[in-house]
Write a protein that binds this ligand. Structure first.
Ligand SMILES: NC(=O)c1ccc[n+]([C@@H]2O[C@H](COP(=O)([O-])OP(=O)(O)OC[C@H]3O[C@@H](n4cnc5c(N)ncnc54)[C@H](OP(=O)(O)O)[C@@H]3O)[C@@H](O)[C@H]2O)c1
Length: 221
């Protein structure tokens, strides 16, 4: 039975992933900031992805346990009502900490677990908004730049971890009806998660370094 570890598994896409992999017979290690209020069944660990001590505690608890798929999903959008002239730099730093630095921190802490597994996959939920090639917009500098930082970091990780047989892949989940995506978003959680899991099921080391839409098409960097 393969094992998946998911960050931010208490709601939104993370919860959708936990349910989907559970139905498919995977061992699901769900993580979230507040397991007490999450209402998740099964194996749940506390994890604040921005806290070094929280990440290290999880890594200690899971020492020696193979993780086939590390799913770095947790993320925040940050402020929405601002523009050039009213940028909140503390908020920008927080979004970079959650969306760009934390996924690498978690990957670093759990890399031995992934290396010890059969599938050896690290998946990072990014956003098309982090694509420099596709950004023709002058808004949302905070979220866009944080996801672009994640994309650049995962590109480096993909090259660095290939020799250990670990594949690192980025996904755009689509514009999804979650708390972050809002009620007007284009697709529901089931459609997004089903699409990404179909792609994940077929990933090999050859795919490492790809930036993929939820439906399997590559996204320009
Ligand atoms: N929805 C979309 O349209 C869309 C589009 C592109 C990309 N994405 C990306 O998809 C991923 C999931 O987003 P979503 O739409 O499911 O958002 P969501 O419904 O707002 O859920 C965000 C999740 O991240 C968790 N999280 C935030 N900060 C955390 C931290 N410091 N430590 C641990 N967990 C933390 C939240 O936990 P709490 O409940 O504790 O806050 C929650 O579980 C994100 O990376 C997002 O950027 C979403």
């Amino acid at each position: 039975m393969p094992t998946v570890l998911i960050t931010g598994a208490n709601r939104g896409l993370g919860r959708g992933f936990a349910e989907r992999f559970g139905e498919a017979g995977w061992r699901v290690i769900a993580t979230c900031r507040d397991p007490e209020s999450a209402g998740l069944g099964g194996e749940v660990h506390a994890l604040d992805v921005t806290s070094d001590s929280s990440v290290q505690s999880l890594a200690s608890a899971l020492q020696g346990e193979p993780i086939d798929l590390l799913l770095n999903n947790a993320g925040i959008y940050g402020p929405r009502d601002y523009g050039f002239g009213s940028i909140d730099y503390d908020a920008w730093a927080e979004v970079v900490a959650v969306d760009a630095l934390a996924p690498v921190r978690v990957a670093e802490a759990l890399s031995e677990n992934v290396a010890a597994s059969d599938r050896k996959l690290m998946v990072f939920i990014s956003s098309m908004m982090g694509s420099i090639a596709q950004t023709g917009s002058g808004d949302s500098i905070i979220y866009r730049s944080a996801k672009a930082c994640l994309n650049a970091s995962v590109n480096v990780l993909a090259n660095g971890l290939k020799s250990r047989g670990i594949a690192c892949v980025l996904f755009h989940p689509g514009w999804v009806r979650t708390d972050m995506g809002g009620p007007s978003a284009a697709i529901d959680i089931t459609t997004s998660v089903r699409g990404m899991v179909n792609v994940i099921d077929r990933l090999t080391l050859e795919d490492s370094g790809r930036f993929i839409n939820y439906d399997g098409f590559d996204i320009p960097w």
